[in-house]
Design a protein around this ligand. Structure first.
Ligand SMILES: Cc1cc2nc3c(=O)[nH]c(=O)nc-3n(C[C@H](O)[C@H](O)[C@H](O)COP(=O)(O)O)c2cc1C
Ligand code: SF4
Ligand code: SF4
Length: 288
């Protein structure tokens, strides 16, 4: 996605810089510059710009940026809910109402699960001190991960010792993302939990039937139910991958030793507004 900024429309409000999850939007000498190296093509910068100053340079596609409609339900309503959901990485500090979290958790009980095992469990963190303590342990883990990445000679052994799957740990995206994640952390930007007032760990017994699938579907139900309640969410793999690799940390959080954490979700009232719906690639389908 090649993005350009019209300097005549841009008033340098800075919301595009704040929303970009990949730090690709910067202000330099009174102009907004958008890099491409780490761009996720999420379209958030285009969607938040109050002046319509950012545009996509490629030719428009059928499902190009469109005005969102109020999310409600059946079938066109469900589509509205699906397309207007965005990953939210800026939150108001207002706590999430307990009954809203309970409504989300109740909905997630109806997750389809292999052999109807209903193995998904949830740990909810709403105490900011506990969230920060967890974040500190996870950041420490990523510092060790980053050091292992820099050690070309013993990288594979060091990553294995950290409990990381090499396919994930050495993925080019992670090799670029982990140093950037640490740079942000050192600059005081919370790229892990985004200071969200609630964090949900979705976990299950590894001996259940296809536990990761159960947790994935449950997470999606939490996300969609949160949306109907006016709450924003973001799935944070930084947290889940660290928790997967750290049994002691899982134990300290009170998880049974047989449980693995598959997904982690931040939840809170959105502190940013998306005015547009970023496009998606067409479905890849083979009709037979
Ligand atoms: C399995 C999974 C892991 C993700 N991990 C992260 C993460 O660690 N940090 C983050 O900011 N976003 C994370 N995301 C959010 C994606 O970046 C986001 O869904 C994608 O860019 C599309 O944007 P949208 O959700 O706003 O439509 C994750 C999403 C999924 C499904
Ligand atoms: S959000 Fe739009 S107006 Fe604001 S700084 Fe970015 S490009 Fe400029
Ligand atoms: S599309 Fe997303 S990742 Fe790319 S520059 Fe815009 S906000 Fe950043």
């Amino acid at each position: 996605m090649r993005l350009s900024v019209d300097p005549d429309l841009c008033n340098l409000c800075g919301v595009c810089v704040l929303t970009c999850p990949a730090d690709m939007v910067r202000e330099k000498q009174g102009r907004i510059k958008i890099g491409r190296v780490m761009c996720l093509e999420c379209g958030h910068c285009v969607a938040v710009c109050p002046r319509g100053a950012i545009s996509v340079e490629e030719p428009p596609r059928d499902d190009d940026f469109a005005e969102p409609e109020a999310p409600l339900i059946p079938p066109e309503m469900l589509r509205r809910l699906l397309v207007s959901r965005r990953s939210v990485r800026r939150y108001l500090s207002r706590p999430v109402r307990r009954q809203d979290l309970e409504q989300m958790l109740d909905a997630a009980r109806w997750t389809p699960t292999a052999a109807n095992c209903q193995c998904q469990s949830f740990t909810i963190i709403t105490d900011p001190e506990k969230r920060e303590a967890l974040a500190a342990r996870i950041v420490q883990f990523y510092r060790a991960y980053n050091e292992a990445l820099q050690d070309r000679e013993h990288c594979a052994e060091r990553l294995a010792a950290l409990g990381l799957d090499p396919a994930f740990a050495l993925h080019p995206h992670m090799q670029a993302a982990v140093p950037a994640f640490l740079r942000n952390t050192d600059a005081g930007r919370d790229r892990l939990f985004f200071q969200a007032p609630a964090v949900i760990l979705v976990h299950a017994d590894t001996g259940a039937v296809l536990p990761e699938a159960a947790c994935a579907f449950a997470t999606l139900i939490l996300v969609l139910m949160a949306e109907t309640l006016g709450l924003g969410t973001c799935i944070t793999a930084y947290a889940s991958e660290a928790l997967r690799a750290l049994p002691d940390l899982r134990a300290d959080l009170g998880l049974p030793t047989s449980h693995q954490v598959y997904y982690v979700l931040t939840v809170g009232y959105p502190g940013e507004e998306f005015r547009l719906i970023p496009p998606r690639r067409p479905a890849q389908v083979n009709w037979l």
